[in-house]
Design a protein around this ligand. Structure first.
Ligand code: GLA
Length: 394
């Protein structure tokens, strides 16, 4: 099939082990873990509004291999493509948990430091480790969350916590807030921890309960297309969207947009500026769409699911304004192909990937058509819903 092959987890582990031997005096790591990236099928920019999301964990993973050290020293090497320099960091864990582990440079190490800071058990031993990843960095497939969750899972092997999965996801989210400065919602960390082979997860981001939605139909394919562009707006646009949603909810007298209906919004239209109104409208409609889409998927109504995906994309483009010409081009191209049910941007936006639901028989023709129509150079992944973070045997 004309797509980008997904490297096996064992091949990523083998690469990391090799670098471990080279970096740490020919010794072997004793622990190996992996945590997946994700693709969100629908429910975009709804998680921090307490709404529903429908992601699935990917076979693309971040791997961490390593061993505890007898002191409090930490040495980590990354071989993840695109990580900033230097690729090795060494530091000593503070003696008391009240002393913060401050973020700094390189950026990739801040995710590790954030997780060390918010880990839910201790005292932690020192360790030496290697990080490797098959999740494209900055591609909108949650490379950051998979890194955080891999680090947390690694620490669980050295110093077990109570094993509560939701608290684990929340600790990783906190790491991203405090150490990467990104006020993300809970979706990415949640699915990276709790993803399940053969299933998407309908996550209620208010109650933090999740329902499994089976996704094993052999006649169906989930195709990810990486636009291979990332617009630099991302940094400021995400927090400002979040703020607009909070303002809209406050104007409607609601604790979040999850509590608001379209009628509430129409009633308050005069009190909201046009842009904030459109933002809120996207969120309220997208929450409803996600619930309907999960039901459609469960019942095999793929055409309906596909239409909801396209509605979601159009709303993200026109109301939430987080798409970009490259993503719009990819969605337009995909939806021209016979056998494609639907397509949309996935993740935060401003570049990154689209997700397309299509008949298995249409994959080659879709890949070909998208390649021809897209003005850039796309990368494709044919993916299956995979398991969440786990320890691996060495
Ligand atoms: C990023 C964030 C998520 C979510 C999506 C948009 O991936 O990390 O929490 O808000 O954007 O749906």
């Amino acid at each position: 099939m004309a797509s980008c092959p997904v490297p096996s987890v064992s091949s990523v582990v083998a690469g990391a082990r090799q670098v471990y031997r080279e970096s740490f005096g020919a010794s072997e790591p004793v622990v190996a873990v992996c945590a997946p990236g994700r693709v969100n099928l629908i429910g975009e920019h709804t998680d921090y509004n307490q709404g529903f999301v429908l992601p699935m964990a990917l076979p693309l993973v971040t791997v961490m291999v390593g061993s505890p050290t007898p002191d409090r020293s930490v040495s980590i090497v990354t071989v993840a493509e695109g990580a900033d320099e230097p690729r090795r960091v060494d530091f000593v864990l503070p003696n008391d948990s009240a002393t913060p582990i401050a973020p700094g440079m390189p950026k990739w190490a801040n995710y590790v430091k954030g997780v060390l800071q918010h880990y839910r058990a201790g005292p932690l031993p020192g360790f030496q480790a290697v990080l490797a990843s098959s999740v494209p960095l900055g591609g909108g497939l949650s490379s950051s969350a998979s890194l955080e969750v891999a680090v947390y899972t690694f620490l669980q092997q050295l110093c077990p916590d109570d094993g509560d999965a939701v608290s684990k996801a929340l600790a990783c989210q906190k790491a991203e807030h405090t150490h990467a400065g990104m006020p993300c919602g809970i979706m990415d960390q949640f699915i990276s921890v709790l993803g399940k082979d053969g299933h998407a997860l309908l996550i209620d981001c208010r109650s933090l309960e999740a329902t499994l939605v089976p996704l094993t139909d052999q006649g169906l394919v989930i195709l990810i297309t990486n636009s291979n562009v990332r617009h630099s707006l991302t940094g400021s646009e995400y927090p400002s969207r979040r703020q607009q949603c909070e303002e809209a909810a406050a104007t409607l007298g609601k604790s979040s947009l999850r509590e608001a209906t379209l009628e509430d919004l129409e009633g308050a239209q005069g009190q909201l500026d046009k842009e904030t109104y459109r933002r809120a409208r996207h969120v309220i409609e997208e929450i409803g769409r996600t619930e309907r889409a999960a039901a459609a998927l469960r019942e095999g109504r793929y055409h309906e699911f596909g239409e909801l995906m396209v509605d979601s994309h159009n709303s993200l483009r026109d109301h939430y304004e987080v798409s970009c010409p490259e993503l719009d081009e990819l969605v337009a191209a995909a939806t021209e192909v016979e056998g494609v049910y639907g397509s949309r941007m996935t993740g935060g936006g401003f570049g990154g990937c689209t997700v397309t639901l299509l008949e298995a028989a249409a994959v080659d023709r879709a890949v070909q058509h998208i390649k021809e129509r897209y003005s850039g150079t796309p990368t494709f992944y044919i993916t299956i819903p995979s398991d969440g973070a786990r320890a691996l045997s060495l």
